[in-house]
Design a protein around this ligand. Sequence first.
Ligand code: HEM
Length: 406
Amino acid sequence: MGQPHVVTGMDAISAGLRHPGLKQALYDEGAVIMDGTLLTLHGEAHRRRRVLEFRVFRKDFFHWYERTVFPATLRASMAGDIAAGRSELVDLGYRVTMNLTADFAGIDRPDQTQEETESLLRLVAVFSEGATIIHSTRPKDVVRDEVRAAIADFEPRFLAPSVARRRALLARLDAGEITEDDLPRDVLTVILQKGDPDEFTPDMLTREIAFYLQAGAHSTANSTIHAFHDIYSWAEAEPARWTRLRDDPVFFQRCVHESLRLHPASPVAWRTATCPMDLPEAGSVAEGDTVEFRLAEANRDRALFGDDADIFNPERQVAPPTLPFGHTFGTGVHTCLGRDLDGGVVPRGAVDPETHQYGTITLFLRDLFARGARQTPDDPPRLATHTARKNWGHYPIVFDPAREWT
Ligand code: HEM
């Protein structure tokens, strides 16, 4: 592969990622786990799959999910930490988001224990390394063997029982014993009910569900911890800010969006040209060329976000159509399906705080701060050392009763 064409401007990225002649390029080497999944499909095949799976991601559903399912998932995942009065945010963040993502993918956790969540997390970590094998410094065949072993564990232990339970429910639906409303609302159910069985062979189904588990878990966990850190540091600098954070949940969501802008989980998107084309900023692109869209760089464009674009400033005004989180969730045909789930609806003008959809990151963080979460003075957070990405590796917190929101 030659040097990629590089695109860094917000508008040039918006135009480029909408070009129908560009196809996904980041996961070619990770085919062992990514082949044929939504994120790698192109053209009509992608459109059909996206329409099918989008059924799970409708707005009315997020609203219901935020108010009913998510609080219960959060409570169950945090019970031990609350009782202990302390937690480690990387571990907690991954456990909460793993359960959240498994709800959406359609993977049951019958034991509902921390050990079960941790097993799932270990498997998903292997899937993710396989997906982004292009960045791995380890021998690629070793990574691929580990992925095959993880699939061999995941399939009988998690996927097969989840499929069996849903097939039984679908049979009861066909028999008129239950209604559509009694079905779980998740990607697996939609595929089993409406997907083409020739398309979703057993191996394809495994890869698609494994893809959903990785798509949601790592990005949400890392983004949540970054947002905790940004918001906590900002509020500690001027303690009156805590009152505003407590009393104004819409402003709190604005803070989460500002943090998402600064720390996009996928700093770049890659595409390959399927035909010769002209792209804004890149110019003339030949068939087979790769284009690198630098999402993280665009998110710090001073012309759009001001001279302080590199720092966390939730007071900044961002003029539409630029989104307050920039290109963090991608754009164009592969725009993240979990965007509104995690980030909520972007307020346009005044919104009713009672009915507004905030997104799970805001809800999770508000819950933590309401319980008095703060850094542990004698054990400061540390960045992860096992990855080139600037993510938190160790983030101890305590729940201080004196700082609870009343
Ligand atoms: C803060 C959290 C998240 C971030 C920053 C994020 C970011 C992204 C980005 C940048 C893309 C596009 C990649 C590309 O164009 O090559 C993407 C795609 C996707 N994301 Fe997310 N994501 C997040 C959470 C989630 C969650 C929670 C889910 C599911 C529950 C999810 C499901 C998906 C799916 C299904 C796609 C593929 C869409 C398609 O190819 O049509 N994401 N995400």
